[in-house]
Design a protein around this ligand. Structure first.
Ligand code: NAD
Length: 505
C-alpha cells in the first residue's frame, strides 16, 4: 500500500493523485454480492469522478433491478444463518472489521478524498468517525438485553426480547461516504440483520473499500452486499428495496425529497423505515456569548465538507449588540481559508460534489442577491481553481422569502440575520419545516436552559459547533426525518420487540 508520509509531495497534481488512488489494493472495480466481486449482469459501467478536476477515477458496475433482486435474495438466504449467530460472534467480527479499518485508515481516506473532494485531514476525521460506529456497535451487540416484567398474575411470566427484523436496504448519500454506511450497517449487523447497501453514485469507491475489509474480517458471504449504480437506476432500485417482500426495512440518508418518495413506497407494505434527511440548522449567538468561541464553532460547523453536511449551520442569527464583532471576526477567519484540491497539503476547503450542487448553491446565492441580500465576501464560483469550486461566502440582509432562508444550502455560504430579542431568535429558528440540528452560544445559564427547551430540533450544540459522536443519538424532527442512528438507540431501526407470555407456572 502507498506510503502516506510521501503522499502530499506526490499529489501536487490531480493526475498523479488519481493514479495513486487507482493503484491502491482497496480500490475496487466491481460490486460485492454474496461474497463475490461482480460486474453488472448487463456489463454496463459508470464513471466515478474526482470533483477537484472532474477527471475519471474509475469505472464501476452500473447495476439494475435484476442485480439488486439477486442481492436481496442472497441477503435473505444469509439472514437464515446470520440471525442465529451469537451476539459474541457478531461482536468479534465487527471488532475485526473495526481493527482492519483502523489499520487501513490512511488508504480509505485517500479514496474518500479522491471521490468526495473533501480535504485529506477531514477525510481522516470521517474515517475515525465512521470506524467509531463499528467499534461502538461491536460493543452494543453484546448489550442488547431482554427484560422480565413483573406479571400481575402469579402463574405467568412476561418476557421481552429483541429480534433482528431481517434484510435491510441501506441507501446512502455522498457527503459522508464512509460514516453513513458504517452508522447503519454496523447497527444492523450487531442485532443480526443482513444488508443490501446502495451507496451514492458519486462516492461508491469508499463503500467498496470498507466492504473489502469487512470481507477480510470474515463477515460471512451474503451478510453485507454492495450494489452500485448510476443515478438513472437509483429510483427503480429504491422502489425495489422498499417494495420487495424479502426486505424488512429501509434506512435512508439523503434529501427530504427522496426521503418522502421512499416513505410512501414503504407505506404500501407497512415497512420499517429510518430517515435521516436535510436540515436547516440555526446558529444563534446571544449578547452574552464568548465571540471568539462562537466564531470558532461557526467555522467548524459551516465549512466542514465545504458546507455539505446535514448538521451544518444554515442560518446565522446574531443578536444586535454582538453583531458587528461576530461578523467582522468571521469574515476575517473566512479570508484565511485555502480553497483547492483536498489532496494537497494546507487546503481546508475542497470542491462541491457535482454540477447539480454547484447549480443549486449558485442559484441560492443569486436568488438572495436579487431579493436584496448584501455580499460581504465571496458570492460566486471560484472558476479559476476548478469547475466545482465556490468561494466561501457571507451574505447579510437575509429575508424569509429567500431560498437560503427556507432550504439547506449545502455549500460554503454563511447567511446572517440580525435579531433583537430571544423570543425573536426562537421564532426565526423554529419557523422552518426542518428540525435536525441547532446551535447557540450564550453564557447566561437561565437562557441556556430556556433556549435548549424551546429549540425545535433533534440535536443541539450549546457553545459548541461539532456534536456528532457514536455514543449520541443522531436524528431529527419535522421533515428532517424519523428515527435515531448511533448510541444505544441505533439498534431500534433493525430490531423488533417480541413479548412472550409464559403461562402455567
Ligand atoms: P439524494 O437524496 O438525491 O440521494 C441520496 C441517495 O439516494 C443516493 O444514493 C441516490 O442514488 C439515491 N436516490 C436518488 N433518488 C432516489 C430515488 N428516487 N429512490 C431511491 N434512491 C434514490 O441526495 P443528493 O442528490 O445526493 O443531494 C441532494 C440534496 O440532498 C442536497 O442538496 C442536500 O440538501 C441533501 N442531502 C442531505 C444529506 C444528509 O445527510 N441529510 C446528504 C446528502 C444530500
Amino acid at each position: 500500500m502507498y506510503n502516506f508520509n510521501t503522499f502530499s509531495a506526490l499529489t501536487r497534481t490531480d493526475k498523479h493523485y488519481n493514479l495513486i488512488v487507482r493503484s491502491m489494493n482497496l480500490l475496487s472495480k466491481k460490486a460485492y454480492v454474496n461474497g463475490e466481486w461482480v460486474p453488472a449482469t448487463s456489463n454496463e459501467v459508470f464513471e466515478v469522478k474526482n470533483p477537484a478536476d472532474c477527471s475519471t477515477i474509475e469505472k464501476i458496475p452500473d447495476m439494475d433491478v435484476g442485480d439488486v433482486q439477486n442481492a436481496i435474495q442472497c441477503a435473505s438466504k444469509a439472514f437464515q444463518t446470520w440471525k442465529s449467530t451469537t451476539a459474541k460472534e457478531r461482536s468479534i467480527l465487527l471488532r475485526k472489521w473495526f481493527d482492519l479499518m483502523t489499520e487501513n485508515q490512511k488508504s480509505i481516506a485517500k479514496i474518500l478524498t479522491a471521490e468526495s473532494g473533501k480535504p485529506l485531514s477531514e477525510a481522516m476525521g470521517e474515517v475515525h468517525y465512521g470506524n467509531s460506529f463499528v467499534e461502538w456497535f461491536s460493543e452494543q451487540a453484546r448489550n442488547v438485553r431482554g427484560e422480565i416484567i413483573p406479571s400481575p398474575t402469579p402463574s405467568k411470566k412476561i418476557m421481552i426480547e429483541h429480534y433482528p427484523i431481517g434484510v435491510v436496504g441501506l441507501i446512502t448519500p455522498w457527503n459522508f461516504p464512509h460514516a453513513m454506511i458504517t452508522r447503519k450497517a454496523s447497527a444492523a449487523l450487531a442485532v443480526g440483520c443482513t444488508c443490501v447497501i446502495k451507496p451514492a453514485e458519486d462516492t461508491p469507491l469508499t463503500a467498496l473499500a470498507i466492504v473489502k475489509l469487512a470481507e477480510e474480517a470474515g463477515i460471512p458471504k451474503g451478510v453485507l452486499n454492495v450494489v452500485t449504480s448510476d443515478r438513472k437506476n437509483a429510483p427503480a432500485i429504491g422502489k425495489l428495496l422498499c417494495e420487495s417482500p424479502l426486505v424488512a426495512g429501509i434506512s435512508f440518508t439523503g434529501s427530504t425529497q427522496v426521503g418522502k418518495i421512499l416513505y410512501q413506497q414503504c407505506a404500501k407494505g407497512i415497512k420499517r423505515i429510518g430517515l435521516e434527511l436535510g436540515g436547516n440548522a440555526p446558529f444563534i449567538v446571544y449578547n452574552s456569548a464568548n465571540i471568539d468561541n462562537a466564531v470558532e464553532g461557526a467555522m467548524a460547523s459551516k465549512f466542514r465538507n465545504c458546507g455539505q453536511t446535514c448538521v451544518s449551520s444554515n442560518r446565522f442569527l446574531i443578536q444586535e449588540d454582538v453583531y458587528e464583532k461576530f461578523v467582522n471576526k468571521l469574515v476575517e477567519e473566512i479570508k484565511k481559508l485555502t480553497i483547492g484540491n483536498g489532496a494537497n497539503t494546507g487546503v481546508n476547503l475542497g470542491p462541491l460534489i457535482n454540477t447539480l450542487q454547484m447549480n443549486k448553491v449558485s442559484s441560492f446565492v443569486e436568488d438572495a442577491i436579487r431579493k436584496g441580500a448584501k455580499v460581504l465576501t465571496g458570492g460566486k464560483p471560484a472558476k479559476d481553481i476548478g469547475e466545482l469550486f465556490y468561494e466561501p461566502t457571507v451574505i447579510t440582509n437575509i429575508k424569509d422569502n429567500m431560498d437560503v432562508y427556507n432550504d439547506e444550502v449545502f455549500g460554503p455560504i454563511v447567511t446572517i440575520i440580525k435579531f433583537k430579542t430571544e423570543e425573536e431568535s426562537l421564532k426565526i429558528a423554529n419557523g422552518v419545516n426542518r428540525g435536525l440540528a441547532g446551535y447557540f452560544y450564550s453564557q447566561d445559564v437561565s437562557q441556556i436552559f430556556r433556549v435548549n427547551k424551546l429549540l425545535e430540533v433533534g440535536m443541539i450544540g450549546i457553545n459548541n459547533g461539532i456534536i456528532s459522536t457514536a455514543e449520541a443519538p443522531f436524528g431529527g424532527i419535522k421533515e428532517s426525518g424519523i428515527g435515531r442512528e448511533g448510541s444505544h438507540l441505533g439498534i431500534e431501526d433493525y430490531s423488533y420487540v417480541k413479548y412472550t407470555c409464559l403461562g402455567g407456572l
